[in-house]
Ligand binder design. Sequence first.
Ligand SMILES: O=C(O)CCC(=O)C(=O)O
Length: 208
Amino acid sequence: MSTPLQGSLLDGFGDTEFGSLRHARRTTLDHGAWVDVLPGWLSGADALFERLVDDVPWKAERRPMYDRVVDVPRLLKFYEEHEPLPDPALADARQALTEHYHRELGEPFRTAGLCYYRDGQDSVAWHGDTFGRGATHDTMVAIVSVGAPRALLLRPRGGGESLRYQVGHGDLLVMGGSCQRTWEHAVPKTRRSAGPRISIQFRPRGVR
Ligand SMILES: O=C(O)CCC(=O)C(=O)O
């Protein structure tokens, strides 16, 4: 599978490099949740994007919806904690995140969930990562985005105004505190033409 990035996204095909996580900007949300954002954390992300498109064994899933079974509108691959990651840059990213957040999180990031949004019609509906400890405990989910920019929305669970983050090529967004149980997030479909995007989510053990 090969889906080249559009020229506007090209940032050179050098090695993947990471900026300092000290530059991440935190927004405190209601109910004990917070979001850290660091645009352009990763440089040299074009080559990483291409390698992930080609090397990850992407899976198309189906799920029941009312009385039908429908395609999940994105491709997926989940790496359990002892499973080798598909690219050394992901191991480096996970290590850097663990080192930066360890004091606050109290444990390492372990798993990597990868989602491939092929175009603007691929999406994920409102949800929190509440299979596991995210339902009852504060935790963190760190998302690295490569490829076309997409909107990632956050809204308080139970209603309230939503926040919109545009996550672009090489950007980092970390959801922390109670975010998984008190807020929901989504990547909605877009009518605008959108190129392919890969989201890489790092989570601690038992959070999904
Ligand atoms: O695409 C993203 O960055 C969000 C992915 C997500 O929320 C999920 O897979 O649970």
